[in-house]
Design a protein around this ligand. Structure first.
Ligand SMILES: *[C@@H]1O[C@H](CO)[C@@H](O)[C@H](O)[C@H]1NC(C)=O
Ligand SMILES: *[C@@H]1O[C@H](CO)[C@@H](O)[C@H](O)[C@H]1NC(C)=O
Ligand SMILES: *[C@@H]1O[C@H](CO)[C@@H](O)[C@H](O)[C@H]1NC(C)=O
Ligand SMILES: *[C@@H]1O[C@H](CO)[C@@H](O)[C@H](O)[C@H]1NC(C)=O
Length: 247
């Protein structure tokens, strides 16, 4: 009897852990509030999703881990495009309200790792310290983004409240007309997943979660990308994204 209840308890515990794990990613809506930080992504490098080096010639961002959908490599967030609109800086004394509306359409190419307290710390049950569940870590400075993107004469405020809106990449992302900026690096095979136009719920063009080991990703590779590979270790880029998240 005793051993039976232990087995019952263990299997209950086991399955509750599994549902805990699979339910942990944030199921976010197509529009909402978020925060924006920025980080240094060297031009021409291949980040967590494995998007082509040329994608760095256009606006890209790392997405906070629990929305990105994987703790390493690619996840369902890879390749998605969002229109991000600046609201106001999270930390500013006195408060700063820009007189111009600044927005930018980014493609998600990188993972911003989960941390205890950083801007990418949002989980299903706990937002970051600005009250946002999602954080977009913009690759900036970038030759694709004007130097005066953040509207302030005095300070670089670092962290902004923003609104985000999911948009179709092939219409709205600046890199959409350049074939070499789309898709993933062919030589990385199934170790990369960067759809040109991911559409939610379609397993043939949305990346599974690498860390959940949801099988082989769809082939999102582009031929042209093989030409120019200067790959950084993915770990280094996760480190860079993490660094900006904590700072
Ligand atoms: C992005 O949002 C701004 C307003 O916040 C809007 O003016 C602009 O048209 C949007 N762009 C796209 C491509 O959705
Ligand atoms: C923006 O950031 C401040 C400071 O953290 C916060 O109090 C506020 O609720 C945030 N959201 C908006 C929409 O301003
Ligand atoms: C899923 O995506 C593929 C590739 O983009 C497309 O050919 C197919 O029509 C899509 N299926 C649905 C149901 O949207
Ligand atoms: C791209 O690669 C595939 C498979 O390696 C090949 O069949 C195809 O002809 C290539 N396309 C171009 C335009 O090079």
């Amino acid at each position: 009897m005793l051993s039976l209840s232990i087995i019952w308890f263990l299997s209950f515990w086991f399955f509750s852990q599994i549902s805990l794990l699979s339910a942990q990613w944030i199921d976010y809506s197509d529009t909402g509030l978020a925060t924006m930080t920025h980080y240094t992504l060297p031009s021409g490098y291949v980040a967590s999703c494995g998007c082509t080096p040329s994608s760095t010639n256009y606006p890209t961002a790392a997405l906070s881990q629990m929305a990105y959908g994987s703790s390493t490599n690619y996840g369902p967030g890879c390749g998605r495009c969002f229109n991000l609109t600046l609201l106001n800086p999270v930390i500013a004394t006195p408060p700063f309200n820009p007189s111009v509306v600044k927005f930018i359409v980014v493609k998600v190419t990188d993972l911003c790792p989960l941390s205890q307290t950083g801007w990418c710390s949002g989980t299903t049950s706990k937002p970051n310290s600005a009250g946002a569940f999602l954080n977009f870590d913009l690759a900036y400075p970038s030759k694709a983004i004007p130097d005066d993107f953040f509207p302030s004469d005095e300070a670089d405020f670092g962290v902004w409240n923003i609104t985000y809106q999911s948009v179709p990449c092939l219409n709205d992302w600046a890199g959409s007309n350049n074939a070499v900026a789309l898709g993933s690096v062919r030589s990385l095979g199934s170790g990369a997943c960067c759809p040109a136009e991911p559409s939610l719920g379609n397993t043939s063009n949305i990346c599974p979660s690498f860390s959940d080991q949801n099988g082989i990703p769809p082939d999102t590779s582009t031929n042209s990308s093989a030409a120019l590979i200067m790959q950084w270790p993915v770990g280094m880029l996760i480190f860079l994204a993490l660094l900006s998240n904590v700072m």
